[in-house]
Design a protein around this ligand. Structure first.
Ligand SMILES: [Zn+2]
Length: 219
């Protein structure tokens, strides 16, 4: 095409040739969805392994890993694992933050469009527990926006809710603004994308409750 635009191979949206080349034919939104689906499959596979071998982990070793939250995934069961209810409330905080961390992609909007209400709820509760400024503020705003659009505050009810009476276009626009505020890189300013504050606070939280996490070793 002469203007350098071609259709996304998945949704047909008109995209720049360079975008298509970078994302193997996909538009930005479809590429984000693909990455999130990939992360979800990974998470499921890790949960399956945990179910088979049970879960015990060495928290001191995890704390020394280069990326603490990334290392937690695969060691602590996630929300969809049948072992999740066996976690202590402190372990749930860390498991939820770790799941959020691998699935958040470029913002809250993609998580919303893929129906991750439980994750968005768990991450908010976890962010409050660790006292994380940016993540807590962003997720608080996210849930306030959903409330404005008539969504119930319960994640399971959200999943079952019909969006027939919701002005979905306006909602997506509002969520895009929210993502712009919290995820887009601006030099010198904190962002959940470029300089997330919650991984360090998650570590500090673990250290505060270290005996609870240590007691899981060789359990
Ligand atoms: Zn697309």
């Amino acid at each position: 095409m002469s203007d350098g635009r071609i259709p996304c191979t998945k949704c047909g949206a008109s995209i720049l040739d360079i975008t298509a080349r970078l994302n193997a034919g996909l538009c930005g939104k479809c590429e984000n969805n693909r990455l999130q689906e990939q992360a979800e499959l990974q998470r499921k596979e890790q949960d399956r392994l945990i179910r088979e071998k049970g879960f015990s982990y060495d928290i001191d070793r995890l704390l020394e890993a280069e990326n603490f939250l990334l290392s937690v995934v695969g060691e602590l069961p996630g929300q969809d694992s049948p072992c999740y209810p066996d976690l202590t409330s402190e372990e749930k905080v860390i498991s939820d933050l770790a799941s959020y961390n691998v699935l958040c992609g470029n913002g809250f909007g993609t998580l919303f469009s893929n129906g991750y209400f439980r994750l968005l709820d768990g991450a908010l509760l976890a962010a409050r527990e660790i006292g994380s400024g940016l993540l807590f503020e962003g997720l608080t705003e996210f849930w306030a926006i959903l409330a404005d659009y008539g969504f119930p505050r319960d994640p399971i009810q959200c999943q079952e809710m019909s969006t027939e009476d919701v002005d979905v276009d306006a909602l997506y626009e509002t969520l895009a603004e929210l993502d712009e505020k919290y995820f887009h890189y601006r030099p010198g300013e904190p962002s959940l994308w470029a300089s997330p504050d919650y991984p360090a606070k998650a570590k500090a939280y673990v250290r505060e409750h270290i005996e609870i996490f240590r007691s899981r070793k060789n359990n």
